[in-house]
Design a protein around this ligand. Structure first.
Ligand code: ASP
Length: 411
């Protein structure tokens, strides 16, 4: 049985087990609650996520600096960076516009007529100014210790650029770094094998605790976000991919399956990053030099699924409170949500915190977040799938444009 199939089975069995526990309220029994849901499932699930996260910092540092250092001297790195960042921003702006458009058409939340504020203190998001300042590291070790992805990316690129200029004199170091990258990649392979069990436990724990009943009266909002996520993930990306690279979307998506499954079960682009990197290089054919830059960057700044949720949520909250938004407001939402998605770390639930930044920008009550809190955990799983699909699509397009895509691999 292939690993992907095992992961799918782990996911379905975990979902059914969790749902069974939830429907029959088995968590009321201390034995089940303490030893299984809060015990075994929780421990194995968390250890699984920790072990994936464990690989992120070494992988980004070694593969990115080695990738940058081994580019030919005549390659314009800045051009690749500009191309990648522009595509990430463009797809995010399209995503949020789609979210807004769908929400304007379907008006979720209309008729709720909320006037009094709900008991909820919205977490305060960082301001745009501190998001920008925070990109630049002061201490590489601290950045790595705290897992500050953008800072690690900047330091790794800087290190790689310097190594590139002296690599003829110092080729030993480059060789060592390449070897370490291979070791880290091997570790990722080894960890991926425990995924079926990890995924089973994550699903069982989540659905035992929250079931699916939470969707209840948020059904319209939930379905609308899922609808736009599907359009973006399965129409916009394939369209972009095919127009630029002529790769058949079906082949692309079948290779991407493990990445999507990991994203769905971990709700974290960061934790999924090692798998994304492995898949786009080894199964899709993106040259590791390109992927080592585009994938970590995407996992950190490219959150199209999150932007879609933020667009729909903004209109939902505006409708619920009967607040009219002007065209300028909509433009502000597009701009701020694009910025917010850069500042959203690729870990579970952060998209919702960053929503506060979008809401306050257009004068909407941030406590409105409480309205959608209940279904956010489920939506997070689905939007993370879109986030990582976007990272992989853009990586493939950039690689193709740089003549760094080996199409034989995907075909
Ligand atoms: N969980 C998302 C991710 O890691 C971020 C978010 O929307 O909260 O990609």
């Amino acid at each position: 049985m292939s690993l992907t199939l095992k992961i799918i089975m782990g996911m379905i069995l975990g979902f059914l087990t969790g749902l069974f526990i939830n429907i029959f309220s088995l968590t009321d029994y201390d034995f089940i609650n303490n030893y299984f849901v809060g015990g075994l499932f929780d421990i194995v699930g968390l250890v699984f996520i920790s072990s994936l996260k464990l690989m992120v910092v070494p992988l980004v540092f070694f593969s990115l600096s080695t990738g940058v250092a081994s580019f030919d001297k005549d390659k314009k790195l800045s051009l690749i960076a500009i191309k990648t960042i522009s595509l990430y921003l463009l797809t995010t702006a399209v995503a949020i516009s789609l979210g807004l458009l769908a929400a304007i058409i379907f008006s979720p939340g209309a008729g709720l007529n909320l006037t009094t504020s709900v008991e909820y203190i919205a977490p305060s998001p960082p301001g745009i100014k501190s998001v920008i300042i925070d990109i630049f590291p002061t201490n590489p070790i601290a950045a790595m210790a705290e897992g500050k992805m953008l800072q690690i990316i900047i330091f790794s690129i800087f290190f790689g650029v310097a190594l590139r200029t002296i690599k003829d004199k110092n080729s030993d170091l480059l060789k060592i770094m390449e070897n370490v990258t291979n070791v880290v990649m091997k570790m990722v392979f080894m960890l991926i094998n425990i995924a079926p069990l990890g995924v089973f436990c994550l699903m069982a724990n989540l659905f035992a605790i929250q079931g699916v009943g939470v969707i209840g009266n948020l059904m319209q909002y939930f379905l609308l976000v899922v609808f736009v996520l599907i359009i973006h993930g399965f129409i916009i990306y394939p369209f972009l991919l095919y127009s630029f690279t002529r790769i058949r979307p079906l082949s692309f998506y079948s290779k991407l399956r493990p990445v999507m499954l990991f994203a769905f079960s971990t709700s974290s682009s960061n934790a999924t990053m090692p798998v994304t990197l492995k898949t786009v290089t080894q199964d899709i054919g993106v040259n590791p030099k390109i992927a080592s830059f585009t994938v970590p960057l995407g996992a950190t700044i490219n959150m199209d699924g999150t932007a879609i949720m933020q667009g729909v949520a903004t209109i939902f909250i505006a409708n619920a409170y009967n607040i009219d938004l002007t065209t300028i407001d909509y433009l502000m939402v597009i701009l701020t949500a694009t910025m917010a998605s850069i500042g959203t770390a690729g870990v579970p639930g952060v998209g919702l915190i960053m929503l506060a930044m979008v809401l306050s920008q257009v004068g909407l009550p941030t406590e409105g977040i409480a309205l959608i809190l209940g279904v956010d955990r489920l939506l997070d799983m689905i939007r993370t799938v879109v986030n990582v699909t976007g990272d992989s699509t853009v990586s493939t397009i950039v690689a193709y444009s740089e003549d760094a895509l080996d199409k034989k691999i995907i075909n």
